[in-house]
Design a binder for this molecule. Structure first.
Ligand code: SAM
Length: 241
């Protein structure tokens, strides 16, 4: 069975969006993965289809109700659905390639997109959601974050990337940023491509690239070298109700 993504959102019309083009779009057309965007509002039961309420303790904004989000999850994930449930939130663990690789190797993912102030924490815990952030900034909703997560996962599904694109040497694959790339012309506005790349000497090229990778990682992301970075756990224990 192909890799399955389900997105729970108040704005299903935003999907597939950019995921319908290029690599991801072609992969979807070829049946390598599928995407379903489900409207959270569809499970709201009152006359006004209310999905949110004011925060306990006061403060600005609205919070998505736990009962509504729970019903949306239940409707999207029938008994036995083994896909991890990811809540996109700035409070989550930063998204890293390790988690992307792990998710991509599994059956798929269910992604919950918050809006307003966020989601009632009780349903996040009760459903054992993996809380993931795509960076230290605040978006107005989880949809763009879900697209980032899905794009990163989908390109690693076998067959989505052609032989021309390879995930083997790219940034983060070996815990390093990637070396710089150059193409024709060999000289452009007085700037020459590093001579070693024109030498045809494969071992020298490989050594130069490795050195460049290490140097740029040391300079821009020393944290990648010093820390043994860990992905967010895929299956956090759901806390009892
Ligand atoms: N009040 C929240 C806070 O300060 O952490 C921010 C809520 S934000 C306006 C609304 C929704 O956008 C969040 O519930 C989340 O789903 C999504 N979102 C915003 N920034 C994000 C990020 N950096 N990573 C993942 N999701 C994000």
């Amino acid at each position: 069975m192909s890799w399955r993504a389900t997105v729970l959102t108040l704005f299903p019309g935003m999907f597939p969006g950019p995921l319908g083009t290029s690599l991801a779009g072609r992969g979807m057309e070829r049946g390598l993965w599928s995407l379903e965007a489900r409207d959270i509002r569809a499970v709201a039961t009152d006359r006004h289809r209310t999905v949110d309420d004011t925060p306990f303790g006061g403060g600005a904004g609205m919070v998505l109700r736990p009962d509504v989000v729970d019903a949306a999850v239940a409707a999207a994930m029938p008994e036995g659905d083994a896909r991890p449930l990811v809540f996109l939130t700035p409070r989550g663990a930063p998204l890293r390639q390790e988690l992307v690789r792990e998710l991509s190797a599994g059956p798929g993912v269910v992604a919950l997109c918050g809006r307003y102030e966020g989601v009632d924490q009780r349903v996040v815990e009760a459903r054992g959601m993996i809380e993931v952030s795509i960076g230290d900034y605040v978006l107005s909703g989880g949809e763009l974050a879900a697209m980032v997560l899905l794009d990163a996962c989908v390109r690693l599904i076998p067959g989505v990337m052609g032989a021309a694109e390879s995930a083997e040497e790219e940034s983060f694959s070996a815990g390093l940023l990637e070396y710089p790339h150059y193409t024709r012309p060999a000289e452009w506005r007085g700037r020459r491509v590093p001579e070693v790349l024109l030498s045809g000497h494969h071992a020298e090229v490989a050594r130069w690239r490795r050195e460049q990778s290490e140097a740029v990682t040391r300079e821009r992301r020393p944290d990648l070298l010093s820390e043994q970075r860990r992905a967010a756990p895929l299956h956090p224990a759901a806390s009892p109700a």
